[in-house]
Design a protein around this ligand. Sequence first.
Ligand SMILES: [Zn+2]
Ligand SMILES: [Zn+2]
Length: 413
Amino acid sequence: MPLALALLLAAAVPDAEIRAATDAITAQVVSTRREIHAHPELSNREEHTGRVVAEHLGHLGLEVRYPVAKTGVVGILRGGRPGGVVALRADIDALPIQEASDVPYKSQVPGVMHACGHDAHTAILLGVADVLASLKDRLPGTVVFLFQPAEEGPPEGEEGGAPLMVKEGALDDPPVEAVFGLHVGGWVEMGEAGWTDGALLASSDTFTIEVAGRGVHGAQPHQGLDPIPVAAEIVQALQLIVSRQIDGRQPRVLTIGRIQGGTRFNIIASQVVMDGTLRTHDAGVRRDIKARMARTVKGVAEAHGTTATLRFLDEGNPPTVNDPDLARLARPVLERVFGAGNVPHVDPQMVAEDFPAYGEKAPYFFFFLGTRNDAKGIPSVNHTDRFDIDEDALPLGVRAMATLAWEFLARER
Ligand SMILES: [Zn+2]
Ligand SMILES: [Zn+2]
């Protein structure tokens, strides 16, 4: 065989071998997903899940760092041939929801449920580790497996999630050149991968507004300071920011989800507290609205002779915007795995992820793995008490992530 041809074949992604290796472990991936589904753990409390992951990776012979970012795991697989470094990420935490379905693998923890499918993400990525470890002699480079806690947000006052993984150096040694991730859900159908080369998910910022008042008899408001009409005016004024002050072509949502003040119909409240969330698809729009919110809250309160404070709870999540170059690389890979007609372009969603925190270190690509199956009665709506997935999507997720990693490592650089 001529040398050039030999090199070309060596570099080619072994699709058939990845598929065969995936077929061999699909039953195991399904049972792992069910085991994790039955034992869900809240953000920053994923003790059992983290241990299961660390042990699995250890048995495969990966270099294992544990714990990382409280309960997370980093596994490193060094291929037998030289090449770059690519990271694959799965989140591992569950939500405070009581599972309503009566599936055999139903949550055994009251009030806690894998209602966002992170059980599937974890099982898929463990499967990818199996597949790539079985082919590691031919693997051209290094794969870093990121099993990340607390994607749904750490408890207040705690650090966690993707930002803490980054802070603790999960992407630094070896230095990661690209990060791939996926999310299961009903945005696309089972058998499809939702792709885009632009914005996929929104930024999210959680905020609290406190309006100070002075309590007095409800019949004599002039002797006190009533925070309730001031709070009402702030709610209206905030909606005028999103509807009147921002370019209409820019997606944005500002929601006040909770408002609390007062104790009784004839007592002027001493304080009103409101919580809300801000969503955008653009870092500049996000910055702009946050600045306008501060000005509006302060200005409306001052106009009525009182004070109001706006506080953002933490750093929030940036928008998830795919790297165009990686998206171009990913599209034909996903078409090889899912079939040419099964990689629809998806519109950006207003839900958010902490995944883009990895963008601080390396470009990334994130996509939707379709798990909705109307014929089987699986709507796969995330964050609901009947959330479930069509498990036939699991091996597709394994092949997609394994092939994306290999394709990135094998490409000419
Ligand atoms: Zn979620
Ligand atoms: Zn999620």
